[in-house]
Design a protein around this ligand. Structure first.
Ligand SMILES: NC(=O)c1ccc[n+]([C@@H]2O[C@H](COP(=O)([O-])OP(=O)(O)OC[C@H]3O[C@@H](n4cnc5c(N)ncnc54)[C@H](O)[C@@H]3O)[C@@H](O)[C@H]2O)c1
Length: 422
């Protein structure tokens, strides 16, 4: 089957999308510097790239940067609900970048779009959740030898890729961009924290002050969400399975308890774990009438939606945009936001540009690094080089107008010594 050049919702949305891309670009100064250099040096000249990412205004600025560096890039969605259709249209019309993504696409279309990205015949791939890497390994093994490297944007993707590496199933190099400090410390924490609250409010318009908000998972995303929900006046309860993270949450001042106990107390639940069935039938059974459930972890399996359907006598889709109402056999109503998919991208616009500036500058520079190392990296999951992290952080500080101290000669010497004590 011959694939289409692009597959988007509506090209007439292009002008609106361009304005949003430009607005985001204003808050992405570090990526802007990378783009300027890429324009001159063309480090990715002639290389075919496929990126499977959330199609947002910030991602548009990343793919424009990679194109400025000489890459022949195609973009497809990494989630059926996260695409911003105006951005796709602008990329196609104004920036001549093919996009295969439509907000609300069904599973078949989602995979058709992934296939189009593969038919682009990339030598570099970029994932948010490891879908391209996974499809290439399982369905297109003949492409494995041509892949220079793949970049991975999110925690769940890195977990999948490390599992492949452990099983000896990974056949080309992957770089865990998520694990760079300039990525997860800021994007996962402050980005997810703010945009998840934004998605919940846009979908429901509820007042958070005084609500019992249950945060499942106290990793980078969970911490950010719990912090911001508390800032809005919510009483935040944390559930965890990791004892260290649970102590951290308790010492940060949150109530920590098992989901079974939190289930009957919560007004709003948000899962941010990267795990499956964190909220399931036994929890839903004891929830309050009107409880609102959402997820900001990568896949839509953190809430057991199949179980919820089995318990329900009626489902009213879209009682508001991105809100589905489930009526249980016991008469209670439970609300699911964004079909259990990432609520910050389904019901809002994902992370603000300022935080994606760092994540995507790191992505672009890591891509350049992978190309420079062509043929020298093995079939493993690599970390982003420290210098990239430090460079991105320094430039972000500059852009924020913040200066910091530098080590004196004596301090450098002291910090390297082992013989100076009391
Ligand atoms: N919404 C977004 O835009 C966005 C952004 C970045 C990452 N993510 C995704 O969010 C998820 C979390 O990412 P992270 O960086 O915070 O990961 P993380 O590893 O830092 O944190 C996950 C936490 O969840 C806990 N956990 C696992 N299973 C649990 C369970 N059953 N009950 C309670 N807690 C449990 C773990 O112990 C861990 O502390 C991943 O799927 C990641 O891909 C989403």
């Amino acid at each position: 089957m011959k694939s289409k050049k692009f597959d988007i919702k509506d090209i007439s949305l292009a002008d609106k999308g361009k304005k949003r891309i430009e607005w985001a670009n204003n808050d992405m100064p570090v990526l802007g510097l990378v783009k300027e250099r890429f324009e001159k040096e063309k480090p990715l000249a002639g290389l075919k790239m496929s990126a499977c990412l959330h199609v947002t205004a910030e991602t548009a600025n990343l793919v424009r940067t990679l194109k400025a560096g000489g890459a022949d890039i195609l973009l497809c969605a990494s989630n059926p609900l996260s695409t911003q259709d105006d951005v796709s249209a602008a990329l196609v019309k104004h920036y001549k970048i093919p996009v295969h993504a439509i907000k609300g696409e069904d599973n078949d279309t989602y995979y058709t779009h992934l296939e189009s990205a593969i038919r682009h015949n990339p030598v570099i791939t970029m994932d948010d959740g490891a879908d391209l890497v996974s499809v290439i390994h399982s369905k297109y093994p003949r492409m494995i030898n041509q892949i220079i490297a793949s970049m991975e944007e999110t925690t769940t993707g890195v977990i999948r890729l490390r599992a492949m590496e452990r099983d000896g199933a990974l056949k080309f190099p992957v770089i865990a961009v998520n694990d760079a400090e300039t990525k997860h410390l800021f994007d996962n924490r402050y980005g997810t924290g703010q945009s998840t609250i934004d998605g919940i409010i846009r979908a429901t318009d509820i007042l958070l002050a005084g609500k019992n908000v249950v945060t499942a998972g106290y990793g980078w995303c969970g911490k950010g969400f719990a912090m911001r929900a508390r800032g809005m006046g919510a009483n935040v309860i944390v559930t965890e399975i990791n004892p260290v993270k649970a102590i951290e949450a308790a010492m940060d001042g949150f109530r920590v308890m098992p989901m079974m106990q939190a289930a009957s107390e919560g007004d709003l639940f948000c899962t941010l774990t990267g795990d499956m069935h964190v909220i399931r039938k036994e929890h839903i059974r004891v929830m309050k009438d009107g409880a609102i459930l959402c997820n900001s972890g990568h896949f839509d399996i953190e809430i057991d939606l199949k179980g919820l359907k089995e318990m329900s006598v009626k489902v009213n889709k879209n009682v508001r945009d991105f809100v589905d109402e489930y009526t249980l056999k016991n008469g209670k109503k439970i609300y699911i936001l964004g079909e259990g998919r990432l609520v910050n991208l389904a019901a809002a616009e994902g992370h603000p540009a300022s935080v994606m500036d760092m994540s995507f500058a790191t992505q672009a520079l890591t891509t350049e690094y992978a190309v420079k190392k062509r043929g020298k990296l093995g079939a493993m999951v690599y970390n982003v080089p420290k210098e990239i992290d430090e460079w991105v952080a320094s430039l972000k500080l500059d852009a924020m107008g913040i200066e910091i101290d530098r080590l004196t000669g004596a301090q450098k010497k002291y910090l390297k010594s082992w013989d100076m004590g009391t």
